[in-house]
Write a protein that binds this ligand. Structure first.
Ligand code: CA
Length: 238
């Protein structure tokens, strides 16, 4: 995994911005700090090929342009649409968090935050973006977390040497999770990933499938983290 990523932090609270910068630099990253939303948008459009940003950390409430608007722009802009975005927010209501995720953020941290948690999230998101680059170039058919393996050509799943017997919905959910470690998946996005034809899938159906999947995964179920009121995230730490 690429250790020294280029990170852009857009945060108008100078104290928080400085702490983040110092901490991420200690982890080996190159950090650019911008305090204003509109300035950030200009910077994003003008970034050079050599110094492309690998990860964006956006505060939600900013002068100029809000973090949500920047997020939507990043997802539409060709150069940035696949880059990981971590949203910082003082708003903790599930609806507000979901709004950020649906604007295109991959993960979020609520303020006040623990710096170690933030660093772990950054690491996960960078890992995820490295994985998806690998996937494009080699069309990798095997997805894996440690001993848990999916062969997407054969639609088969194993834990170590034992093949699992999953339902189609459980299988689709597991593939969705393993393709996007570190990303928070809302119930809505999970519904879309298993929706097939006119069958009506509800929030409750998703929870039922996840319950079933977790049971079959045994020890590996701990990789699927529940985020109350919002959805799920797969944590793939070493
Ligand atoms: Ca702010």
């Amino acid at each position: 995994m690429k250790e020294n990523a280029n990170v852009l932090i857009v945060e108008d609270e100078h104290d928080i911005a400085e702490i983040l910068k110092v901490q991420l630099e200690t982890s080996g990253h190159n950090v650019t700090l911008i305090h204003d939303g509109s300035e950030a948008l200009e910077f994003i459009q003008e970034q050079s090929e050599e110094k492309k940003i690998d990860l964006y950390i956006l505060d939600r409430m900013l002068p100029g342009t809000t973090g949500l608007e920047i997020c939507k722009f990043l997802r539409m802009f060709k150069k940035t649409k696949a880059k990981p975005i971590l949203m910082l927010t003082a708003m903790t209501l599930p609806e507000q968090v979901i709004e950020g995720l649906e604007a295109g953020a991959d993960d979020y941290v609520t303020k006040p935050f623990d710096i170690n948690i933030l660093k772990a999230r950054v690491k996960n998101l960078l890992r995820r973006s490295q994985l998806s680059i690998g996937e494009e170039s080699s069309e990798e058919a095997i997805l894996a977390i440690k001993g848990l393996k999916i062969d997407t050509n054969q639609c088969k799943v194993w834990i170590d040497e034992n093949e699992l017997d999953l339902t189609l919905s459980e299988y689709k959910l597991l593939v969705t999770f393993l393709k996007q470690p570190g990303k928070v998946l809302t119930r809505n996005s999970l519904i879309q990933s298993i929706q097939d034809g006119p069958v009506h899938v509800t929030d409750r159906t998703i929870d039922t499938h996840i319950f079933g999947l977790r049971k079959k995964l045994g020890d590996y179920s701990k990789f699927i983290e529940t985020i109350r009121g919002i959805g799920y995230r797969v944590v793939a730490n070493d």
